[in-house]
Design a protein around this ligand. Structure first.
Ligand SMILES: Cc1cc2nc3c(=O)[nH]c(=O)nc-3n(C[C@H](O)[C@H](O)[C@H](O)COP(=O)(O)O)c2cc1C
Length: 670
């Protein structure tokens, strides 16, 4: 694939501007709009503005500017300007990120028992630190943000009741909530979001009362000493530090677990057969032992074939992952939340995946981690992505999810570069820990009824490619698909993705499908990627910068989308966010936080009509330019304050002391 070198995006001369002019324009616009707002407090829908109007008259803000406390923002910026050397961070991690939970924005909160209309049942009684008097709460409640509550409008009721920031739509004078029975009935028995963690399961997980029969069986085989000696035994220790975890495989790894596999090994016969869908007698045995056996001259089994073996799902009977040629929206921590995925589905993403979930947190029943597994009913081909470093926790977690949630595949994140994960031996580190990697893939595969996929990078170091060595093994261990991000851990987003290498790896992976990933921002990029022989493509930042990329690829065109249409996408995200995170203050602020994270990518989009020549390249930095209207210019701003402004148009003024620093570094163009 053609390398998109570092550089500046080719914007047509008439739109170019200097940084100073750009910000002066936005500032002047803001002030003139504020003045107008002061004269007339009536709300106006910004998207109803005519694009052909001169920019200065196109939009009126909602008075948020006067209310917003900019002091703290500016202080942060000044602080950062003062001490550039002190801002040393671990790569890829935003350590100075302020930790302000949305619920801190609301000092006086109403007790849940009252919201659910059963005050007398408050479990904490007089010890409860929340308010129990609705009148008292209403006196301090922040003002409503609008007249229409998306939850009430869509579902006929709003579970946030008096705490909803749009409660005017459903609150009577006596604080009683209205319910639209007809609408409620329409939605009855139709779960829109699946994979929630029930209280009952959470309790069982916390009390360690969940059975992991299949995992125990697999792990017990790992525990048996291998007849070929115990070279891998030490390396095969588990996450709980248990002794005696041995490697049942005829170990190919050395004591450090470093990959010493000969490249280009043939697919074992049992796998080749399974790919054709024809069962052989030997397939009833556990796959891990079979694979070992196939390498040894003397066949080793785990004992006589029993009824239990016969009823086990055979690899060849696993549901196949029908994914050829599909457009895969990448798993995206923080940004790839359910509301964002809904947007991408609408624009044509075929496959979606939850944000990376840490297997140990899921096993502990942590609600926030389980929230990452939620699936919207529109996500018809949906996977969950797991991260972990040890076969015991990863296998148990896979078994747990297999029993409890609905997913079409499980993906292992073997591409995660962040120190926190890497230093524990997870993510990208697994590419160098082939014993553990093998045990994880085989273990998870043995307990899952759905296909297992693996996402990897080219390697760890910049010039030491590992993927071509690892991929034939991943296939042999039984994975259904591999996604290869064409960059190493060391590279992060510097340098372009290596599509030539992806092409080589796609050949090696065959017949296992390989999806290519890296730098796709246009249909031309997608076409070039498909020509490398991959089975499909995964799109990450391209979808964050322009979620309509899926439509562009499917319709083979550039879409010169207007700023109003883009604003409408944000409106939809707002509604999906309020639906997902809630329409009370906490939900509103969570929606804002995730919108701001997304805006830190969205601002990188350059309208197609402004480019000297198409298409925009992901690694080219946009220069300062004027949009064709105020909104387009505002959306091009790389300034956090302007992102906050956009969020205020949709979610009202930010709370006092509001601070936002994007989690991901979105501005890497090299
Ligand atoms: C904000 C953000 C979050 C990401 N989170 C994950 C993740 O949770 N799991 C994962 O495997 N990759 C994650 N990635 C990496 C992407 O899936 C993808 O491999 C990478 O961005 C390269 O693709 P691109 O060039 O299309 O952006 C993330 C990337 C970004 C920008």
């Amino acid at each position: 694939m053609e390398a998109a070198g570092a550089g500046v995006a080719p914007i047509r001369a008439q739109y170019l501007t200097s940084k100073e002019q750009f910000h002066a324009y936005l500032k002047a616009e803001r002030e003139s709009r504020n003045q107008e707002n002061n004269q007339d407090d009536g709300e106006e829908d910004p998207s109803s503005n005519d694009q052909t109007e001169p920019p200065a008259k196109q939009m009126k803000l909602d008075g948020a500017d006067q209310v917003r406390n900019q002091g703290s923002q500016e202080e942060v910026v000044k602080e950062e300007e003062k001490k550039p050397q002190e801002r040393k961070r671990a790569r890829g991690q935003n350590k100075s990120r302020p930790c302000m939970k949305p619920n801190h924005y609301e000092k006086d909160r109403l007790c849940q028992s009252v919201i659910q209309e059963c005050a007398e049942k408050c479990y904490f009684g007089s010890q409860c630190r929340f308010l129990h008097d609705v009148g008292e709460y209403m006196a301090v409640k922040p003002s409503d943000l609008g007249d229409s509550c998306i939850l009430f409008k869509t579902f006929g009721k709003c579970i946030y009741g008096v705490t909803c920031r749009f409660a005017r739509a459903h609150l009577g004078e006596d604080y009683r909530n209205f319910v639209n029975e007809d609408l409620v009935k329409q939605w009855e028995g139709k779960p829109l979001v699946r994979n929630s963690l029930s209280k009952e399961l959470q309790q069982r997980l916390r009390k360690k009362k969940v059975c992991f029969d299949k995992s125990s069986e697999y792990l017990s085989h790992l525990g048996k000493p291998s007849s070929t000696g115990n070279a891998g035994n030490k390396a095969a220790g588990n996450s709980t530090g248990e002794e005696g975890m041995t490697n049942c495989t005829a170990s190919k790894g050395n004591a450090e677990g470093v990959d010493v596999l000969p490249p280009g090994e043939e697919t074992p016969e049992y796998l080749a057969v399974s790919e054709k869908g024809e069962a052989s007698e030997s397939m009833v045995l556990q796959s891990s032992c079979l694979a070992d056996a196939s390498k040894d001259s003397t066949l080793k089994t785990i004992g006589p074939v029993t009824d239990e073996d016969v009823i086990k799902l055979r690899l060849c009977e696993k549901k196949r992952l029908d994914i050829q040629g599909k457009l895969y929206l990448a798993p995206l921590t923080t940004c790839g939340n359910l509301p964002f995925r809904r947007i991408c589905k609408r624009f044509g993403a075929d496959v979606t995946c939850g944000e990376m979930a840490v297997c140990t947190n899921l096993l502990q029943g942590q609600s926030s981690e389980w929230a990452l597994l939620k699936r919207h009913h529109t996500e018809d081909l949906f996977g969950v992505q797991l991260e972990g470093a040890f076969p015991d926790t990863m296998t148990r977690c896979a078994e747990l999810l297999n029993q409890t949630i609905e997913m079409d595949f499980v993906d292992i994140n073997v591409g995660c570069p962040i120190d926190l994960v890497y230093k524990k031996g997870g993510g990208c580190a697994l590419m160098n820990r082939s014993n553990k990697f093998e045990q994880i893939v085989r273990g998870m595969n043995s307990v899952l009824d759905v296909p297992l996929t693996v996402k990897i990078r080219t390697g760890v170091q910049e010039k030491v490619n590992l993927a071509h060595k690892v991929i034939p093994n991943i296939r042999k261990w039984g994975a259904s698909m591999v996604t290869l991000h064409g960059r190493s851990r060391e590279q992060r987003y510097t340098k372009v993705a290596d599509w030539e290498y992806i092409a080589e790896c796609a050949k090696l992976a065959s017949p296992m499908p390989l999806f290519g990933n890296g730098d796709i921002l246009s249909y031309e990029d997608a076409n070039r990627a498909m020509q490398t022989g991959v089975s499909g493509i995964m799109i990450a930042r391209g979808a964050l910068i322009k979620p309509w990329i899926f439509t562009e690829v499917k319709e083979q065109r550039h879409w010169d989308i207007s700023s109003n249409e883009r604003f409408d996408i944000l409106k939809d995200f707002t509604n999906y966010g309020l639906e997902h995170w809630g329409s009370d203050t906490q939900g509103v602020e969570k929606t804002r936080k995730f919108m701001l994270e997304w805006l830190s990518f969205l601002c990188r989009y350059i309208p197609a009509g402004l480019l000297e020549y198409l298409p925009q390249k992901i690694n080219e930095r946009p220069p300062y330019y004027m949009g064709r209207d105020y909104l387009e210019t505002l959306m091009a701003s790389q300034n956090v304050d302007d992102w906050i402004k956009i969020s205020e148009m949709l979610l009202g003024p930010v709370p006092t002391n509001f601070i936002f620093l994007p989690k991901h570094k979105a501005n890497s163009y090299r």
